[in-house]
Design a protein around this ligand. Structure first.
Ligand SMILES: *Cc1c(COP(=O)(O)O)cnc(C)c1O
Length: 385
């Protein structure tokens, strides 16, 4: 116990302690926190569908007919006809043979990687891949080889040095804390050339990029070239769940071996139906997506002109690098006082000395709101940094 207390003190001393901000309302581009309306600039609710009136009505109707909890794991009593509709919809949209829905994206990554790979595998993973990918790699027992972020020369070099009998290259499609898009076209070529299975986690591309919002693989026209696509139903799609899309035999194998799939309860039917409804609706939002990306690039350009260090993002994730964790946290708190909620992202989520304000936009944000943010940021940045 003494040891844990001292560890906790250590986290607090380094200004790395994290706590909750309690939201008291539905989530759109503004929310209520501490009984005050604030501008929300950090949510993954990119299409602002979480408070969508049609989807909410649909969800309530499903609760009336299907009830609340699933009451069992997918392979026992936790699978509804709605699951099949959702999996069919996903495989159709992603142009794969088959799909499987997990209870979260985290569980999908952990389950897919740990069931496919074992200690006879080598996994090549981008250094900034999401924690759920890293955890899946560790759980699998495979040899984990991390290549420098987005660095294809390093990937090729490491393949030549470490390639084994069974190999996997895995990457975030859009990097959640940087907004970078992975060079999937090059990764697909490298995978094909070296006979390595390729896997992409599209948590932040789904709904935002590609034809009809189908994601980053479609953005690159690589539907038949990436072997495994994982993603979430909890970001642009305002529900919960994770998915994997791939060839039928791969999905059938995962279904029968991924422990995070087998030993956890299936999703509540209303959330499966919400995902299904939101995917249908999301497909129609091409002009919304175009607007969202234009606005994101506008904000990025504006911030760079003002002298801020912004990552080379091409997505609605626009991180402003502050560096020092304490100052970053102070800045985020000062903005919240002013009515702007933007998260300070600190280690261990990002590398040391790269703490950042992770701004992310929703399609419904206005330029007026963004100008207000820039104005307050300028004011506090001068005082704090
Ligand atoms: C959010 C996220 C996940 C996890 O998805 P959940 O459905 O929230 O568990 C996985 N990968 C990436 C890149 C993410 O950003």
């Amino acid at each position: 116990m003494e040891k844990i207390e001292s560890k906790l003190r250590n986290i607090k001393n380094k200004e790395l302690y994290r706590d909750f901000n309690y939201i008291q309302s539905s989530q759109s581009n503004t929310v209520f926190i501490n009984n005050k309306k604030v501008l929300l600039l950090g949510s993954n609710n990119y299409l602002d569908l979480s408070d969508n009136i049609i989807l909410k009505k649909h969800c309530k109707k499903i609760i009336d007919s299907y009830g609340l909890g699933a009451g069992g794991s997918r392979l026992t009593t936790g699978t509804y006809d709605l699951n099949k509709d959702l999996e069919d919809s996903l495989s159709q949209l992603k142009k794969t043979e088959s799909a499987l829905v997990f209870s979260t994206g985290y569980m999908a990554n952990v389950g897919v990687i740990s069931s496919l790979c074992d200690r006879n595998w080598v996994i090549f993973s981008d250094k900034l891949n999401h924690a759920s990918i890293v955890d899946g790699c560790i759980l699998s027992g495979a040899k984990l080889v991390r290549y420098n972020h987005l660095d294809m020369d390093d990937l090729i070099k490491k393949i030549h040095t470490h390639k084994g009998k069974n190999n996997l290259i895995v990457t975030d499609g859009v990097f959640s804390m940087d907004g970078h898009i992975a060079p999937l076209d090059e990764i697909a070529l490298i995978g094909a050339k070296h006979n390595i299975i390729t896997m992409v986690d599209d948590a932040h591309g789904f709904g935002v990029l590609g034809k009809k919002g189908s994601g980053v693989v479609s953005h690159f026209n690589l539907e038949d070239k990436i072997d495994i696509q994982v993603g979430t139903l909890s970001k642009a799609i305002p529900s919960i769940g994770g998915y994997v899309c791939s060839k039928k035999h791969i999905i059938d194998y995962i279904k029968n071996s991924a422990r995070s799939f087998i030993y956890s309860t299936g999703l509540p039917p209303a959330h499966i139906a919400t995902s299904l409804g939101a995917i249908e609706y999301m497909k129609t939002l091409d002009s919304t997506r175009k607007h969202l990306l234009e606005m994101s690039l506008w904000l990025k350009k504006k911030l760079i002109e003002l002298g801020y260090e912004v990552t080379n993002t091409q997505t609605p994730i626009i991180p402003i690098i502050i560096g020092d964790a304490r100052k970053c946290h102070q800045l985020s708190n000062a903005l919240l006082e002013d009515g702007i909620y933007v998260n300070s992202i600190r280690p261990p989520t990002v590398p040391k000395k790269t703490s950042r304000l992770r701004v992310s936009l929703m399609a419904s944000h206005t330029y007026e709101q963004l100008n207000f943010f820039i104005n307050r940021l300028n004011y506090h940045y001068k005082n704090i940094i």
